[in-house]
Design a protein around this ligand. Structure first.
Ligand code: MG
Ligand code: MG
Length: 258
């Protein structure tokens, strides 16, 4: 079942998605060597509550925290714990909020201190993959157009695309139809129509594409132990150009001052 949102509903999803961007920016201020993942989670949880919203992931299928914090070889769904970030790490912070009955969902992968050039290239490429996917998210295209664009971008740079986890519809539910894979063939899959709101979220590995689930039953990690990156925006499909409802602007303002 696909839900096409009205203009009013899209504006509500924008409010939630912008709060996610502001929350990620608040977290960004504190990302540095020496900070623990659980501290970042507390900062986000408090910030979201102070803005009259709920952390969407907390309690979702029993997930214990407000943020998914995935360090280095962790791809997504990392449980923020006592691990202390150190110079040279990369950390994906994934955040969702529920406000006014609608969800917003976005993720950003941060460098902690100085990272290896190959890791920086992975971050830059994954962000570019997201942008390439968003370019395809226009009325009349198909889900496969997004997947092919993301896959070409990642594999063209020598990286690999995680298959087991995918983007999704967003609205009154955190995860709605359709699934939005980061691989595929153009012209295939669900037709994109105006008002469809989806989260596009490339998960790109430095090494091989295979992933495993950690003993904690949540964290997805690369099978080869090499690092992985993840960027996500919530967008609304529109004619000619997607409307990007979440934003990295607040985050990048913070990063500029670091
Ligand atoms: Mg997310
Ligand atoms: Mg998502």
């Amino acid at each position: 079942m696909l839900y096409y949102k009205t203009k009013e509903e899209i504006e509500l999803i924008r409010i939630s998605s912008l709060l996610v961007g502001k929350t990620l920016a608040e977290v960004a201020k504190h990302i540095k060597p020496g900070v623990s993942c659980i501290e970042l989670d507390r900062i986000a949880d408090t910030f979201i509550q102070d803005h009259g919203a709920q952390a969407a992931f907390k309690g979702y299928d029993g997930f214990p925290n407000a943020l998914c914090v995935s360090v280095n070889a962790a791809v997504v769904h990392g449980i923020p714990g006592n691990y202390i970030l150190k110079d040279g790490d990369i950390v994906s912070i994934d955040c969702g909020v529920l406000q006014n009955g609608f969800y917003g969902d976005s993720a950003y992968t941060f460098a902690v201190g100085n990272i290896k050039p190959e890791m920086q290239q992975l971050l830059d490429t994954t962000k570019k993959c997201l942008a390439e996917g968003i370019k395809q998210a226009v009325t009349g295209k198909r889900i496969g157009d997004i997947g092919e664009a993301v896959q070409n971008c990642a594999e063209g740079a020598g990286f690999s695309v995680v298959r087991e986890l995918v983007g999704h519809g967003v609205g009154r539910h955190l995860h709605e139809a359709p699934e939005v894979p980061n691989y595929g063939k153009k012209g295939r899959g669900t037709l994109l129509q105006t008002g469809l709101v989806i989260a596009i979220e490339p998960m790109i590995n430095l090494g091989k594409k295979e992933v495993i689930r950690d003993k904690d039953n949540w964290t997805i990690k690369t099978a080869d132990g090499k690092v992985s990156a993840h960027f996500e925006h919530t967008i609304a499909v529109q004619k000619e150009k997607a409307d990007v409802l979440s934003t990295f602007d607040y985050i990048e303002e913070v990063l500029k001052t670091k």
